[in-house]
Ligand binder design. Structure first.
Ligand SMILES: C=C(O[C@@H]1C=C(C(=O)O)C=C[C@H]1O)C(=O)O
Length: 366
């Protein structure tokens, strides 16, 4: 190779580096534009406005055409921005969201509170079905419970993250309140109570005190319990107020859960990777090496970097007995230098480490 052509190659490589840098900036700006459009979309839903605003789009295209100094041609500029605007518009369209159903479960209530009413909500009988639907791309997001302040982790959700390529895009907390619901709303008439095992466990003391002789029948969900309660005059269900509304049941006793603060944390799963907001958390899972002090060593970089560990959970690793998968939530976004360096140090002490997502910290009243 001649000295001249190797000089040219180097020049091309340098110019390409500059192009890569510009592409990074364009990508960042495109995502920021789509996020702003999403925010406008939410306001439009609240005010009943349509997504498409042709006049605004045309005025954007005209304004940019007037500003364009070249060498980009006017025709190309227009084509590019027509596509950019189409992407911003698409981000405002109703989305399909899968949730752990049936309808009127607490997961449904959490999904409705988090997303737009105009989105399409699809119930699924299991957490795995929710993951499958989002993985296939049938739904853009899924909503699943991950932990309850009294009952602890929802293990099935944690286990599915081991195999899934989906990210955690957001978290959401919902205060759980269980009501005793029946057709008449008359406490005296109740002899049989239907519910899911979790609400039964959470209302144990109340039930013992107020209805010690009632027969307790377990169901797959609180919604199913509500449907059963509709079938007999002496039946009741322990469920949330959404179930009361959906199935037209009356409240025989409100808020019968034993603990005052009963909150469930839900995760929104999907393929989005939310940008840092300044108040974020990063969820990871890792498998430690089979050596003494492995967990201590894997966690040491977190303490050394001064990052707050918000959660630590362990689950048996299915591929090997007495080996564990750890789930950790860390303060900070994975794009922050401190978090990046901490994860790089942890890697040295883990057989396997996976970032499940970095997303804004949600408010919890628990
Ligand atoms: C973002 C908006 O929604 C749509 C998308 C636009 C855009 O990408 O700039 C402009 C008008 C609307 O068709 C908006 O109304 O501002």
């Amino acid at each position: 190779m001649s000295a001249e052509s190797s000089g040219q190659d180097e020049k091309i490589a340098n110019l390409r580096r500059s192009i890569d840098e510009i592409d990074d900036t364009i990508l960042d700006l495109l995502n920021r534009r789509v996020s702003l459009a999403e925010a406008i979309g939410t306001l439009k839903t609240q005010t009943g406005n349509r997504v498409m605003d042709k006049a605004r789009e045309e005025s954007i295209l005209q304004r940019l055409a007037g500003l364009n100094p070249g060498p980009l041609s006017s025709e190309m500029l227009r084509r590019i921005f027509v596509d950019i605007i189409a992407a911003s518009r698409q981000a405002q369209e109703p989305k399909r969201i899968s949730f752990l159903g049936p309808e009127a479960t607490f997961t449904h209530v959490a999904a409705l509170a988090f997303f737009n009413e105009l989105d399409t909500f699809v119930p699924h009988p299991s957490i795995r079905d929710v993951f499958d639907d989002v993985e296939k791309g049938t739904s853009r997001y899924g909503v699943v419970p991950v932990e309850n302040s009294i009952e602890g982790a929802v293990n099935h959700t944690l286990d599915l993250f081991l195999e899934s390529e989906l990210h955690i895009c957001a978290e959401s907390y919902l205060a759980i309140s269980h009501d005793l619901l029946s057709k008449s709303g008359d406490l005296e008439k109740i002899h049989t109570i239907y519910s899911h095992p979790q609400p039964f466990a959470q209302c144990r003391t109340w039930l013992k005190t107020h209805l010690p002789h009632a027969e307790l029948v377990e169901c797959g969900s609180t919604s199913q319990a509500a449907q059963k309660a509709l079938l007999a005059d002496d039946a009741a269900a322990i469920a949330g107020s959404a179930a009361a509304r959906l199935y037209d049941l009356k409240v025989a006793a409100p808020a019968i859960q034993d603990a005052v603060r009963n909150t469930t944390r839900f995760l929104v799963i999907g393929r989005d990777a939310p940008r840092p907001t300044g108040n974020d958390k990063t969820s990871i899972l890792f498998v430690t090496a089979h050596i003494p002090g492995a967990l201590f060593k894997a966690l040491e970089p977190i303490a050394a970097s001064g990052l707050n560990m918000l959660k630590l959970e362990s689950r048996p690793a299915r591929h090997k007995n007495w080996s564990y998968v750890f789930f950790v939530d860390l303060e900070g976004h994975v794009e922050n230098e401190k978090v990046k360096q901490c994860l790089a140090k942890m890697e040295a002490f883990c057989q396997f480490i996976k970032i499940l997502g970095a997303y804004p910290v949600a408010l919890s009243d628990a």
